[in-house]
Design a protein around this ligand. Structure first.
Ligand SMILES: [Zn+2]
Length: 337
């Protein structure tokens, strides 16, 4: 295959696909997908207190940060040209309804105010859920039978989203998977005049085994039971995802998301084709942990493998990616190759 015709080749090879792969410049010209730092959103975990910077064991390179320490990272995110950052909070206290989630002086609310003051142009997203704030670790209020009470939870989620909007969040992102939460949040935001605050719905969020490191990081593992009663079954596949997306769009979602990302590329593709809203994907903690662990053992080249997964997620149809690789990927892209 050095360019000459094989002796028994029936016709001249007019079309040689390898011409398109011969040099880096050619490969770059014909690439269908490009990665850009602006595609990535960096998750952060903020905690009460001051001068706190604790590495999260299951998410190496990520930290529990008090707001003053988080602010140092904000400059870095802005300088890296990332698409934005998303905040998760760990509260001082938990209760049955997760009331500290809408505390105007909670770590997330303070972090939003501080980040927007420091970098007004940086896009600040907030995760809206109750599981980090409830004693039982579920994403909603519990009914007497121990199940999660969907409709009673909606008002609490709306309060959380409003508290984030008042702090200055650009985007609120409900991750709880309650039916009707996008509509409830939109109504609450509009009623207070926050018509410009966007909603990114975690529309197709699967009950996944890949969330393990996050739960350790966020202290949000359910004390009993699991989340299969409200998050999607991995085997439910694409049709339920499209129904979730259609409902969230009808209720006023501005953007939708698929989570996790790599095990659900088919879902990202289907959502992209069925929906005209921007589509995000969350490369979750377990996806990151797998790559990191294999790289630590020398079994994978981390940079190559991580950029390949991010490329695959974009190729499937995601417009942007929430990823623990956000800043390193931006650095790798900046350094070339
Ligand atoms: Zn939750």
């Amino acid at each position: 295959m050095d360019g000459r015709l094989e002796p028994d080749c029936p016709a001249p090879l007019r079309r040689r696909m390898r011409r398109l792969r011969r040099t880096g410049a050619m490969r770059a010209l014909v690439a269908e997908v490009r990665l850009d730092p602006g595609d990535f959103v960096n998750p952060f975990f903020v905690v009460p207190g001051r001068k706190i910077r604790r590495e999260i064991e299951a998410l190496p390179g990520n930290h529990h940060l008090s707001v003053d320490e988080f602010l140092r990272e904000v400059d870095d995110v802005a300088a890296a040209g990332l698409g934005g950052l998303i905040l998760f909070g760990l509260p001082e206290r938990k209760d049955a309804e997760g009331s500290s989630a809408w505390d105007p002086d909670g770590p997330v609310q303070r972090a939003v105010r501080a980040a927007k003051e420091r970098c007004p142009d940086l896009l600040v997203l907030t995760d809206v859920c109750l599981c980090q704030y409830t004693e039982h670790g579920h994403c909603g209020l519990l009914a007497p039978d121990g199940g999660v009470d969907n409709d009673a939870t909606l008002d609490r989620l709306a309060r959380v989203a409003l508290s984030h909007a008042r702090a200055g969040a650009d985007v609120v992102a409900p991750s709880d998977m309650m039916d009707g939460r996008v509509g409830a949040i939109r109504q609450a935001l509009d009623a207070e005049g926050f018509t410009g605050v966007a909603i990114l719905a975690y529309s197709a969020k699967y009950a996944s085994g890949f969330y393990g490191p996050f739960r350790a990081a966020a202290g949000s593992a359910p004390a009993h039971g699991d989340r299969r009663g409200y998050q999607m079954d991995p085997a439910a596949g694409v049709r339920q995802a499209l129904a979730e997306v259609a409902l969230d769009a009808a209720e006023g979602a501005d953007m939708v998301m698929v989570k996790p990302a790599l095990p659900y590329l088919d879902v990202i593709r289907a959502v992209r084709e069925a929906c005209c809203l921007p589509v995000g994907a969350y490369q979750v903690s377990g996806e990151y942990a797998m790559l990191r662990a294999a790289a630590d053992r020398g079994w994978l080249d981390e940079r190559t493998a991580a950029l390949e997964t991010l490329t695959a997620i974009r190729r499937a149809g995601a417009d942007f990616i929430l990823s623990y690789y956000a800043r390193r990927a931006a650095g790798w892209l900046r350094d070339g190759t």
